[in-house]
Design a protein. Structure first.
Length: 255
């Protein structure tokens, strides 16, 4: 009981700093996640292009940032890049590294989703003489959007967890504050209890929001219920009359 009281006292003392670190983690997750999506769409479209001078640079960028560690990218941007001239702040470096790293992973999800759209849809846009931007915006991307959302959700959760290492460039985000809490408690309480619960709750909220977005995208394609139906406390009652499955018999009975 005494140990629990000590834990709660330490948590109360570090509460404001933990809250500030949590807000910084959420800020990094949202800003970097949105920017990574933009990068993923641009690189995904470029990587799926039939023109080699568009496709090859995109493939190089994707493979470079996927093939190097986020930790190395953070260290290089913050400690090595200033040796060549430009010096970036810690927040800008963190956003830049998270955006490019996870945007490169997301580009593959975008490219794969675009290629998963049935070939008939692409041929229909050609038959209608639609311009490339018009067919992507009105026909192809809405269908690919519903397909790529599960993969993008996973990447956004990974980005949330990846933001926990930006303390190496001097940012007092949530994990850094958890390490400070450990000094007055122990590893178990600070990381296995407080850290685990908080990161799990953030990831859970983020996942549920993305699932609602996925349901909305599928509903627009006629593939599922609307958000109103999903969030309604009253279940929808199916008023469609049952089909008559009885087999009609010819007059006079079966011979």
């Amino acid at each position: 009981m005494r140990v629990l009281v000590n834990y709660l006292d330490a948590l109360s003392m570090h509460g404001p700093r933990l809250w500030d670190g949590l807000l910084l983690t959420i800020q990094l997750t949202i800003i970097s996640g949105l920017l990574a999506f933009v990068v993923a769409v641009v690189l995904g479209l470029m990587a799926g292009s039939t023109k080699w001078f568009v496709r090859i640079p995109a493939r190089f960028i994707i493979e470079f940032f996927r093939g190097t560690s986020l930790l190395v990218q953070l260290m290089w941007l913050f400690y090595v890049l200033p040796l060549f001239g430009p010096s970036l702040g810690a927040m800008l470096v963190a956003v830049f590294a998270l955006t490019l790293n996870y945007g490169a992973y997301g580009a593959e999800a975008v490219r794969a989703s675009l290629t998963s759209v049935p070939q008939g849809q692409w041929e229909a846009t050609v038959a209608l003489s639609m311009s490339w931007p018009h067919k992507i915006r009105r026909v192809i991307f809405p269908q690919a959007w519903a397909l790529m959302l599960p993969s993008l959700t996973n990447l956004w959760v990974h980005l949330l967890k990846g933001s926990s290492i930006v303390y190496i460039i001097g940012m007092s985000e949530f994990t850094f504050e958890l390490l400070q809490l450990r000094r007055t408690t122990d590893w178990f309480f600070s990381l296995a209890v407080v850290g685990l619960i908080v990161y799990f709750l953030i990831a859970l909220v983020l996942t549920q929001l993305m699932r609602l977005l996925e349901a909305r995208a599928k509903h627009k394609l006629g593939m599922g219920p609307s958000l109103k139906e999903i969030l309604s406390p009253v279940p929808k009652i199916d008023t469609t009359p049952p089909k008559d499955t009885s087999v009609s018999q010819p007059a006079g009975g079966v011979r």
